[in-house]
Design a protein around this ligand. Sequence first.
Ligand code: PNS
Length: 164
Amino acid sequence: MKAAIYPGSFDPVTNGHLDIVDRAAKLFDKLYVAVLINVDKHTLFSVEERVALLKATTAQYPNVEVVSFGGLLAQYAKDKGINVIVKGLRALSDFEYEFQMALTNKSLNPDLETVFLITSAENMYLSSSMVRQVAGFGGEVTNFVPDCVSKALNDKLKMEDERK
Ligand code: PNS
């Protein structure tokens, strides 16, 4: 059985991420979507919330499992017996960072290959940070994320506003 891991912050999951999940789920027998537990980075959604949103939006794929991980991805993949990382590649601006991560992971675990899927054209510009920013200023994000994510964003931002 060929398994792969698709890691990310997913804060929150966007249509761009889901396009990669859809395509990777067809390429591998099993796809683990792995949410990073970012200890040193402030995220809008907690790891539990990010996992829940991913589970809700990938429920239709029987071979996709949403997990969370902390520490090194290369070690996590080794522990799970996985030797393929899937990443989405958008504009050229992603390349240098992704190149660095792929080489770092490879040097930490020589059996680990990173496979890049080129983003679909309509998602070229899409990122979680852009979605957070648009939603934060009250903009419409329904073209960028599934409905349940858009609702979760509105609820979260409303809660943050009330706390101020
Ligand atoms: O969605 P992101 O924030 O671009 O995802 C980045 C992620 C989670 C893939 C990357 O930060 C990661 O793998 N972090 C785990 C720590 C690690 O293994 N670092 C060394 C390789 S960069």
